[in-house]
Design a protein around this ligand. Structure first.
Ligand code: SF4
Ligand code: SF4
Length: 84
């Protein structure tokens, strides 16, 4: 399952550099997560790094992008392959 940043985001900029997949970017008003790049940190870390650092706890799971750990692992491997 990819994660999602809600409108409680205070644009503190802390999560963006922590993402190993460069899935977090500044959107129009708040930060956004690209569900095609978020692996819940599977492949890199044991826990989602953005959730660890977010001071307002505004990064829940995205119910529109439900994925198993195996699917997240496949996504991770695809991202690594694309990086070359
Ligand atoms: S869970 Fe990991 S991969 Fe997904 S947006 Fe957060 S830091 Fe990036
Ligand atoms: S850490 Fe949380 S509050 Fe800060 S920019 Fe990221 S999502 Fe927004």
């Amino acid at each position: 399952m990819a994660l999602l940043i809600t409108d409680e985001c205070i644009n503190c900029d802390v999560c963006e550099p922590e993402c190993p997949n460069e899935a977090i970017t500044q959107g129009d008003s708040i930060y956004v997560i690209d569900p095609n790049k978020c692996t819940e940190c599977v492949g890199h870390y044991d826990t989602p790094q953005c959730v660890e650092v977010c001071p307002v706890d505004c990064i829940p799971h995205d119910p529109d992008h439900v994925e198993s750990k195996d699917q997240l692992q496949v996504k991770y491997e695809r991202l690594i392959a694309a990086k070359g």
